[in-house]
Write a new protein. Structure first.
Lengths: 723, 153
């Protein structure tokens, strides 16, 4: 039995007595917490033993931010990775110092792709200050001072970064250094194990649900089972003598319709244990006003969408280019209806759709709040510590200076940590009972009231030329009112060069809160577009892979992925009975992700996904190991929804709100082979990697099912399809 | 009422409703937070513990039914995070968000104690009660094989 050295890295709190480097001069109040340390800015501190603590303002939900951010700083600082310690960034400092860390938002696969310039800059700036400090102390020209692997040297003089930390803190640079270009990296681009792995194998990683505060009580909460519905009354008398019960608290919604800047109308029962709180809440008579949602079901939404697709939608103008380059797709929207009418060979697509899906993070939303007269402490499920701190301050009418939101690990995020109000609930309940409170949502409460991924419907019409390729194409999608752009991602910017192309959008309304959901938009739309691509290829007698190669000619990032699929996947449409290969390529977050699926379908219609192969082009990759882990994760995320997902809405409420009725992928259903290859163009752009392997997964499997059975599956989950 | 439990080799006495799920006794009364709440209906396995050698979902096991039995939680499988299953999990960087992993590891430990060298099929069957939303299943499968090999070597 042996550990690797990295497993032994201690993930400790910032050691006082070091140098903390960032961009902004700290206030005196900030400096107080660091005792004898000399603080220059917020990202990193160096102690006397040359240990560097690097603060991460993004949250860690399994995607690796707590490793990626330190890697980017360490790359520029030039410090041995073994000397790096991760620390949580301080949300209070961020909020009260003009957004010290620029942003604490964690989503959209942006931590590396969008944030690297200023994060790397923090490390580069620190390194240059250390060099300047050494040049001054040694009285040598700056260009003779080398900073490398935690050591400063000039001729025969040598010292550690730690020995110059205090001096460096006083240095003001005339000019900020430029960050290193790709090619000069020594750490970025190598496989680095995530720093939080060992904490997650012995139960010591702390999630919001694990925070215990002395004197804490527990709360179970219930919002109206029909989203947007309001609390009318509740009968606390009926449950007040149940064991452990302390109090019931109404969570008052101020605004007429639910908003993420307000509490949602709900009621909480507070007790000495969560079990008691939950039991009492279940037993308490509660009257709800269900509101407008009570007449809405998935069936009614579906009927409305089909009716809209039979008509005309709003024409969307194509503004989005391909990653890394301006790519002229030769779009001519206005000519499309006439060309379709005059077509000699017209392909009319049927309607495709994807249902509502919940985040269903393994940790149900939970938060701990300790509201005192002069100070508020919060631990919560959030993908934006700064935003959540502001929300708590807003809820309580407190100055943000006195609100302290403490980062924990997150038990999954996937977008669910944005439109989240569990910390608002915890703060309101703690204020009402005058004690620290832990709020835990039951799984049913979580799924019923989640900010859901919205359903999408889509169809198309195309005219084919003599060569079998489309000469005109119209796509028409139905999206949902609150986030209509979800019906556009990866559709308006699809790469296929069709000379005349038009995308129409229609909108339906409902009462369901909507949120970001790992590769939002692209996850549903890729399913439709990439089956359309196969149908058009087949209608024109083209091999689906050759069709895609032809229609992306000159588009290097896509060609790279498609050619890798052609050369390495064993691609063929000539498979045995009941077996099929299918492919799909979808761009999201600046990364082009191709998936080749191999399936077999039994005579009784049982689908087996035997193999999934991924080819990803994200431009740069800073940690290939984590990139592959994230690709596996996002692939299985969408595999799960393709095979098992789908929330059912009846009379306004979601009826499948726990894992017995909302099943997710499990070990026996996981394909025996999932392979990921990074086929990067390099040196062109930074694509995100937390999400893009998801979207091509369902359409690749659906296309494979078609080759295996001759049947198209146009909605998910596939397990409900008749094959 | 007063209830005596043996958790990770230690006897503790708690005051609880005998019908309270063992999960909440472990978390709120014994203060061991490594065992997680996920669904409350024995579907996801986040609450998995080992009772007298068998993997059991603690979220719907009444605390009274665990009296007189040896309860093991994630905190009890090694002193130094170095059980072969934990080491394999670290080597193959299995955990992502990590929330389900205590339960996954407890299921894997129970499996390997019963079946020291499991096949893929046996792994799939034994691990079917644990959901991972991050989709770490392929790495879990590989890590169980590695742990089996380490333990046998």
């Amino acid at each position: 039995m042996k550990f690797t050295r990295r497993n032994f890295l201690k993930i400790s709190a910032t050691a006082a007595g070091g140098l903390v480097i960032g961009f902004h001069m700290p206030s005196k109040a900030q400096a107080e917490g660091l005792a004898s340390s000399t603080e220059i800015n917020a990202w990193l501190s160096i102690d006397a033993d040359n240990i560097v603590s690097i603060a991460t303002p993004q949250t860690e939900m399994g995607q690796g931010a707590f490793t990626s951010v330190p890697m980017m700083v360490a790359e520029e600082l030039d410090i041995p990775w073994e000397n790096v310690r991760h620390v949580f960034a301080d949300a209070n400092r961020h909020v009260n110092n003009d957004n010290l860390y620029t942003t604490t938002s964690t989503g959209g696969s942006t931590t590396v792709s969008r944030r690297h310039p200023y994060i790397m800059q923090a490390g580069a700036s620190a390194r240059e200050r250390l060099r300047q400090a050494a040049a001054t102390r040694w009285d040598v020209p700056l260009d003779q001072v080398v900073a490398k692997q935690g050591m400063l040297s000039a001729g025969d003089k040598q010292g550690t970064y730690g020995q110059f930390a205090a001096d460096a803190a006083a240095v003001t640079l005339d000019e900020e250094p430029k960050i290193k270009p790709y090619g000069d990296w020594w750490l970025l681009g190598t496989d680095v194990k995530r720093l939080d792995v060992a904490l997650k194998t012995n139960g010591t990683a702390v999630f919001p649900i694990d925070v215990d505060v002395p004197g804490m009580v527990y709360a179970a909460v219930a919002a109206c089972p029909v989203p947007e519905g309001r609390l009318v009354s509740f009968d606390f008398e009926a449950i007040k003598d149940m064991p452990g019960v302390i109090q019931a608290v109404e969570l008052k919604q101020v605004k007429d319709t639910p908003s993420f800047t307000d509490l949602r109308s709900a009621v909480a029962v507070v007790a000495e244990s969560w079990y008691q709180a939950r039991n009492a809440l279940s037993a308490m008579p509660v009257v709800w006003d269900f509101g407008r949602g009570a007449s809405i079901s998935y069936e009614s939404q579906n009927a409305e969408a089909l009716s809209l697709l039979a008509g005309t939608g709003t024409v969307l103008r194509n503004e989005e280019g391909n990653p890394g380059k301006d790519f002229d797709k030769g779009v001519n929207q206005d000519a499309v209806p006439g060309l379709l009418e005059a077509a000699t060979k017209l392909v009319v697509g049927e309607v495709y759709s994807r249902p509502f899906e919940a985040h269903a993070t393994m940790m149900p939303p939970a938060a701990v709040a300790d509201v005192k007269e002069d100070r508020v402490d919060i631990w919560t499920f959030t993908q934006d510590i700064g935003r959540s701190l502001n929300e708590v301050a807003d809820q309580l009418g407190r100055d943000t200076a006195n609100v302290f939101l403490h980062q924990t690990y997150l038990g999954g995020g996937f977008g669910g940590g944005f439109n989240m109000d569990v910390h608002r609930q915890a703060a309101a309940i703690s204020a009402a009972v005058g004690k620290p409170v832990k709020v835990i949502r039951s799984r049913e409460e979580d799924i019923a009231g989640d900010s859901q991924r919205p359903p999408v419907w889509g169809t198309y019409k195309a005219a084919l030329g003599e060569d079998g390729l489309p000469t005109a194409l119209m796509t028409h999608f139905v999206g949902e009112e609150k986030m209509p752009n979800f019906a556009r991602s990866s559709v308006a910017n699809m790469p296929y060069l069709v000379p005349n192309r038009r995308h129409e959008l229609s909108i339906i309304q409902n009462h369901v809160p909507i949120g970001y959901h790992r590769a939002p938009g692209a996850n549903s739309n890729g399913f439709i577009i990439e089956q359309m691509a196969d149908e058009l290829a087949q209608a024109g007698n083209w091999d689906p892979l050759e069709w895609r190669l032809k229609l992306t000619e000159g588009n290097e990032p896509w060609q790279r992925v498609l050619l890798a699929m052609k050369e390495k996947s064993g691609w063929t449409t000539d498979t045995g009975k009941g077996e099929g290969m299918g492919l799909a390529v979808v761009e999201s977050h600046g990364t082009i992700a191709g998936c080749v699926a191999t399936v077999s379908v039994s005579r009784r219609g049982q689908i087996y996904v035997d193999r999934l192969q991924y080819f990803l082009n994200s431009g740069y990759v800073i940690n290939p190991l984590n990139a592959i882990e994230q690709a596996e994760s996002s692939a299985i995320w969408e595999l799960s929804h393709a095979m098992f997902g789908g929330l059912d809405l009846r009379e306004g409420r979601f009826v499948n709100t726990n894992f017995d009725s909302y099943p997710l992928l499990r070990m026996p259903d996981t394909p025996p082979v999932i392979e990921v290859e990074l086929v990067n163009s390099e040196d062109q752009w930074w694509g995100g990697l937390g999400e893009p392997a998801g979207p091509p997964t369902p359409p690749a499997i659906a296309n494979a099912i078609f080759y295996a059975t001759g049947t198209r599956v146009r909605t998910t989950p596939f397990t409900k399809a008749a094959l | 009422m007063a209830i005596s439990l043996n958790i990770n080799g230690k006897d503790i006495s708690i005051d609880a409703d005998p019908q309270m799920p063992l999960l909440w006794a472990i978390r709120e009364k014994a203060g061991l937070n490594g065992t997680k709440f996920g669904c409350g209906i024995a579907q996801c396995g986040a609450c998995m513990v080992i009772i007298d050698g068998a993997a059991v979902r603690s979220c719907n096991t009444p605390v009274a039914s665990a009296v007189g039995k040896a309860i093991r939680t994630i905190e009890g499988i090694s002193e130094n995070n170095d059980h072969p299953v934990q080491v394999a999990w670290q080597d193959l960087t299995v955990p992502q968000c990590g929330y389900c992993q205590s339960g996954q590891i407890m299921s894997a430990v129970a499996l390997l104690e019963r079946t020291p060298n499991p096949s893929d099929n046996e792994i799939d069957k034994s691990m079917a009660g644990n959901i991972c939303r991050c989709g770490t299943y392929p790495r879990i499968r590989a890590a169980i094989h590695q742990a089996a090999k380490t333990a046998i070597d």
